[in-house]
Design a protein around this ligand. Structure first.
Ligand SMILES: Cc1cc2nc3c(=O)[nH]c(=O)nc-3n(C[C@H](O)[C@H](O)[C@H](O)COP(=O)(O)OP(=O)(O)OC[C@H]3O[C@@H](n4cnc5c(N)ncnc54)[C@H](O)[C@@H]3O)c2cc1C
Length: 534
């Protein structure tokens, strides 16, 4: 049904729902595991490599890097590292300029840290996505690597890339992969009927039980062991690999943008750790204030987790220390702040399990495939107002302006602006999902696609603002046209001020009537999905 969308927005192309179901029924991940298990033993270790991806950009507590290092140490061989810079991959995913810069800065820091350990980090280049695998294979073979390690990525393209990688290295190189992104391995939490769990509440309950009973899941691993001094000579050229530059289309729009974003989001493991420590000093306020965007009391760790600059085990082992050394993060075992923060981490864990076990969710299709049958509106005016933060709904506009300025948006706003786009404007939710990818510093396919999963819940931006931003401080900060509006008029100035008062503000009137469009959305969803058979 989405032909019109596919034509207008090629980046939103997706397979048919029938094809999606076939893919779900024959998990690419299972094929990857089979291919890994089918490898022949390779006893002789020549050189060991770790292949970094965009989600494990740290040398501390990096599972695959650690295991690679252990093998190299045992065999008294050298460890080398590589990373493939592929601008076409960033263009495909729509990665934001802020995120590209964050990653590149992080890679530069890692290269220095690794050099101190006599371990080279080599930047390879692939113009096209299909060149990534041959580029790495060529590099490994040319450098006499016998064993290569990398961490799993759970998105379908990345799983397919790794299957292709295994095929291309053949028997020449032994590949080992590790689960690094989560505390509990994705895919392993199943229902009584043996199916992967998809519903949050039972998943959360079971996850808390597993971690309480097995605190070792939070153990962290040390950085790799230093190579002996000889690789500096033998592999001299590998140490001179220049850090890639951002492609032209991923540069910041201005020097001012770059300065602001780098100040807000200093890259690297040390900066992430510092942020986590400072968050812990105020975690006791988290439960009470996390939904109030003006309080800014959430951790802002998402960018560090998405790029893997801080591991989730590192963060949770800090929380565990704070929790008197206990990994009991249940409501009765932890303070309200710790309980609620860990609960958010569990959403992140579930979403990785969903990406792995429902691969169509990383192919521009909703988890509930019926939503692909909804006929969306072409409201270009509404779209432009939405992304610029000029819809005339103060809470929505504040959220979008925060996003455009900080490359970040508070979770409460993400919920509201997404609902407003696909319910009140009836614009295909995938356009918003893509806009988030193109703008956020913390873009993460699993969290973003699950966050954008359409539903019948239509958020009311006025009551949401009244409840979560009761003094209107967040709105005043981001929508300066309204900074002098007093009382409850701040939440709905067009409806609550006189015509003259409103006109003086220089603020747009609402693009749509919320009540009418709520009704329109519910009717549209019902009628378009009634007979849908994905
Ligand atoms: C429409 C929509 C799109 C989103 N897109 C992204 C995205 O691209 N990247 C991203 O990391 N998060 C995304 N989220 C989830 C959430 O909004 C952010 O993780 C959170 O706002 C980050 O701020 P924080 O680090 O201060 O969070 P905290 O409140 O401090 O939470 C701690 C960590 O838990 C995880 N987390 C928190 N809330 C959620 C959630 N709802 N779902 C999954 N994990 C969560 C994050 O890793 C976060 O850093 C999205 C949510 C929605 C509704």
């Amino acid at each position: 049904m989405s032909k019109r969308i596919a034509l207008d927005h090629p980046e939103l192309k997706h397979p048919t729902t029938k094809r999606a179901k076939q893919i779900d029924a024959d998990l690419p991940y299972d094929h990857l595991v089979e291919a890994l298990e089918a490898q022949s033993e390779k006893k002789e270790v020549l050189k060991v490599a770790h292949w970094f991806h965009e989600k494990d950009l740290r040398i501390h507590d990096n599972k695959s890097l650690h295991h690679g290092s252990e093998l190299a140490k045992k065999a008294k061989k050298h460890l080398i590292c590589c990373y493939v810079n592929c601008p076409a991959d960033e263009a495909w995913h729509g990665t934001s300029a802020a995120r590209v810069d964050f990653n590149l800065e992080g890679l530069a820091l890692m290269q220095k840290e690794l050099k101190e350990l006599n371990i080279p980090l080599v930047f390879l280049h692939a113009d096209e996505r299909r060149e990534v695998v041959p580029t790495v294979v060529k590099f490994l073979k040319e450098n006499g690597v016998s064993h290569v390690f990398s961490n799993y990525e759970y998105e379908i393209d990345e799983i397919r890339r790794d299957i292709k990688f295994l095929k291309e290295v053949g028997d020449d190189i032994r590949v080992s992969m590790h689960h690094d992104q989560t505390v509990v391995e994705p895919g392993t939490m199943t229902t009584g009927a043996g199916k992967p769990m998809k519903v949050f509440t039972p998943y959360h309950r079971m996850w808390l039980g597993i971690v309480k009973d097995d605190p070792d899941l939070l153990n962290t691993l040390p950085p790799p062991t230093k190579n002996d001094a000889s690789p500096s000579k033998e592999l001299k050229s590998l140490f001179d690999s220049p850090v890639p530059k951002a492609p032209k289309d991923k540069e910041f729009a201005s020097a001012e943008d770059k300065k602001r974003i780098r100040k807000l989001w200093p890259s690297g493991h040390a900066a992430g750790f510092k942020r986590m420590d400072s968050f812990l000093s105020q975690i006791s306020n988290y439960a009470a204030t996390r939904s109030n965007p003006a309080k800014n009391s959430t951790s802002r760790m998402s960018a560090y987790f998405s790029a893997g600059m801080v591991s989730i085990r590192e963060a949770l082992s800090k929380v565990q220390k704070y929790n008197d050394g206990s990994s009991d993060f249940t409501e009765s075992g932890a303070s309200p702040g710790v309980y609620s923060w860990v609960r958010e981490i569990v959403f992140r864990e579930l979403y990785r399990q969903t990406t792995l076990t429902t691969p169509h969710t990383s192919m521009n299709l909703p988890q509930n495939l019926k939503f692909d049958f909804v006929q969306w509106e072409d409201d270009e005016g509404g779209w432009e107002k939405w992304y610029k933060g000029e819809t005339g709904e103060p809470f929505i506009d504040a959220g979008m302006r925060q996003l455009n300025t900080e490359a970040y948006m508070h979770n409460r706003l993400r919920m509201n602006v997404s609902s407003y786009l696909y319910c009140n404007l009836l614009i295909d939710y995938r356009r918003g999902e893509r806009y988030f990818a193109e703008t956020l510093i913390d873009w993460d396919l699993s969290n973003n696609t699950q966050g954008w999963e359409p539903s019948y819940t239509v958020f009311n931006p006025v009551s949401q603002a009244e409840k979560n931003d009761p003094n209107g401080d967040y709105i005043r900060k981001w929508v300066p046209e309204l900074k002098d509006v007093k009382g409850k008029a701040i939440f709905a100035p067009y409806a609550r001020l006189s015509k003259e008062e409103f006109e003086k503000l220089g603020y747009p009137k609402p693009h749509v009537d919320w009540k009418e469009t709520k009704q329109r959305a519910i009717e549209r969803f019902k009628s378009d999905m009634r007979d849908a058979s994905p």
